[in-house]
Write a protein that binds this ligand. Sequence first.
Ligand code: COA
Length: 152
Amino acid sequence: MLEGKNVNLRVMEKEDLPLFTEWVNKPQLFFVEKKDGSKIGFIAHFHVLHLGTGSKLLEIGYSLVPSERGKGYCTEAVEIMVDYLFLSRESMRIQACTDIRNLASQKVLEKAGFKREGIMRNAFFWRGKWTEDCLYSMVREEWKEPKILTRT
Ligand SMILES: CC(C)(COP(=O)(O)OP(=O)(O)OC[C@H]1O[C@@H](n2cnc3c(N)ncnc32)[C@H](O)[C@@H]1OP(=O)(O)O)[C@@H](O)C(=O)NCCC(=O)NCCS
């Protein structure tokens, strides 16, 4: 369990799968739970294989149920995840991509301290159109120390 101020992140268990597959049908890692235990979304991290060097880049993705958006929960979940990844991995960089029209997601990343690197043109084919995506990252030198989690 990764404990934040208003939400916790916990590893998904087998019994969580039906709810999760309702939201998105691909493997992810952490539910975002409120302190009363209600599940309000998920945050995932995954590796993007960089074929040239064989190195693995860490990327995160997230989504909350509509009724719980705009309350700061996702920003806190991203901050917890960044702390967790930099504390537990040797990675030098965490990245995230978001559709250029997704202002809420861009705001989340900026509030959590990510820097915008540029635009990925024709990034994904989504609902019949190629998207323009913003690429964001945080590098280890910018992170410095945990915001929410503690080193134990
Ligand atoms: C993106 C998402 C996860 C954000 O979650 P959230 O808990 O609402 O995020 P937060 O409350 O921490 O922060 C959202 C910020 O965006 C702002 N925002 C929301 N909609 C906005 C809009 N249309 N234009 C500009 N800013 C907007 C909010 O005001 C808030 O900023 P503030 O704290 O300065 O007021 C949520 O909107 C979501 O689940 N969207 C659908 C899935 C998705 O897009 N996932 C990301 C894919 S990359």
